[in-house]
Design a protein around this ligand. Structure first.
Ligand code: SAM
Length: 246
């Protein structure tokens, strides 16, 4: 059966396009088509997105759009939408707007009556949660914690009351510090550390904060992490992921 031709992109639309979080195969056919057929790709880092476009054999023009000029660039994106352009918004990795720029321009586009479409794909939070073995029916995504000690502690204490699995993002520079804080605020709670998802050294570590701190060497805190905290009372048996290279 011949595949039915897909309708062309809609003019005056902002497309939020998810890109890989490590494995370059994790990009959808629709994402590739939108990146090819849009008028411009608004990117968090044009150099990085340029590499992705090159890998995909695409030559669509790029526009820089990042956190510190989000306000100014939102204005430019609105002007382009008003001219009827189709704009793809991408970030460095994963889904735009999830601990990444995007929210502001989506709100601005909607406030001006433009169409916004999601082109779903990779997202570290979903990849980590679904393979963690922790409850998925109810979860709370809190993204990155504040950096300052007092504010971090306050935020964690407030999150301790939230039902369901708690999901955090953390930079490799602060992951050990975070585990130390979790040991105090969530003593005995089961954690899953999802490291380097979709990449060569993908790994799931499971245990309490105390166990994870005791069993990991300082070197092993390298890479990108999603931190998942089981709901209070969760005690299903979960073993660490077998190492495929062992
Ligand atoms: N927008 C992205 C998404 O959809 O997941 C998240 C961007 S946020 C700036 C980057 C954080 O996401 C990292 O510090 C880490 O917590 C998490 N992350 C991104 N890629 C990851 C990966 N491959 N493995 C584990 N965590 C990842």
């Amino acid at each position: 059966m011949e595949p039915r031709p897909l309708p062309p992109l809609t003019s005056a639309t902002l497309y939020l396009v998810a890109t890989p979080i490590g494995n370059l195969e994790d990009i959808t056919l629709r994402a590739i088509r939108v990146l090819r057929e849009c008028d411009v790709v608004a990117a968090e880092d044009t150099r990085r997105t340029g590499q992705l476009l090159q890998h995909l054999g695409l030559r669509t023009p790029l526009l820089s759009y990042f956190q510190f000029n989000e306000a100014r660039r939102s204005g430019e994106i609105l002007q382009r939408l008003a001219r009827g352009e189709k704009i793809a918004l991408v970030t460095d990795a994963g889904t735009p707007g999830i601990s990444d720029p995007g929210e502001r321009v989506v709100q601005a586009a909607l406030a001006h009556g433009f169409r916004v479409e999601s082109v779903p794909g990779a997202c570290a939070l979903v990849a980590a949660l679904t393979a963690s073995g922790l409850p998925t029916a109810e979860f709370h995504f809190a993204g990155f914690l504040p950096h300052k000690s007092g504010a971090r502690r306050q935020r964690l204490e407030a999150l301790a009351a939230v039902p369901g699995t708690l999901v955090l993002y953390e930079s490799p520079y602060r992951i050990e510090r975070l585990l130390g804080e979790l040991r105090e605020v969530f003593p005995g709670r089961r954690l899953v550390l999802a490291r380097e998802l979709t990449k060569k050294f993908e790994e799931f570590r499971r245990g309490t904060a105390e166990e994870l701190l005791n069993s990991s060497s300082p070197r092993s805190w390298k890479g990108e992490f999603v931190v998942l905290i089981a709901p209070a009372g969760f005690d299903a048996p979960l073993s660490a992921q077998p190492d495929p290279t062992a």
